[in-house]
Design a protein around this ligand. Sequence first.
Ligand SMILES: CC(C)(COP(=O)(O)OP(=O)(O)OC[C@H]1O[C@@H](n2cnc3c(N)ncnc32)[C@H](O)[C@@H]1OP(=O)(O)O)[C@@H](O)C(=O)NCCC(=O)NCCS
Length: 180
Amino acid sequence: MSIEIEVLNGDASWPLAKPLFDAVWPPHVVKKLPWADIAFAHAELRVLVQNEAEEVLCHVGLYRRDITWNGHKIRAAGIGGVLTREDARRHGYASIALNAAVQTLKDEGSTPFALLFCEPHNAPFYMGRGWKPFDGEVYVEQPQADQTQGRVRFEAMAPYVYDLKRAPRQGVLDLCGLPW
Ligand SMILES: CC(C)(COP(=O)(O)OP(=O)(O)OC[C@H]1O[C@@H](n2cnc3c(N)ncnc32)[C@H](O)[C@@H]1OP(=O)(O)O)[C@@H](O)C(=O)NCCC(=O)NCCS
């Protein structure tokens, strides 16, 4: 089977990606996940792996943001929404899409590291692909009951970093916005 890999604008490609999200993460599945109640940012770019019928088999979302590390401004990239259709898993599609995401960031050359969050059962997958645990604290913004954004510690999933040039491994990261 031939596949096509594309890196597309996040908002414009959301209608293509949505059926995959609905299939892998329907509401009754999401509600049991540790991040069920978290508000996430929308991806700026999406890596899509499509089959010959133009069905999206795999998705990786890409984010870029000025954040802070120990109070100093630093450019960061984010990876989120890594998912493969159940019947297409273990064919290397998520690995291919992650590689394409990392290559896109390397080509841009302006970002020292990438950051993602994952549940414990997915950690070996990322560590096998060069991601390392970030041992510090992560803060994000979340909507509050009074409709404002509040700064909260993010602990729903564990952070992992990837050296595009060099990633921090400890300290305090503040994403200065919603998590991804
Ligand atoms: C995690 C997830 C994205 C992996 O997607 P995938 O497309 O199956 O990933 P890959 O095929 O690249 O790799 C998965 C495993 O299959 C193996 N694999 C890859 N190609 C293979 C092949 N042709 N034959 C057999 N195994 C293969 C890989 O080596 C890998 O195993 P490893 O981690 O022990 O090395 C997928 O399981 C998923 O969508 N899970 C639900 C959503 C989720 O939890 N997402 C993660 C959010 S952080």
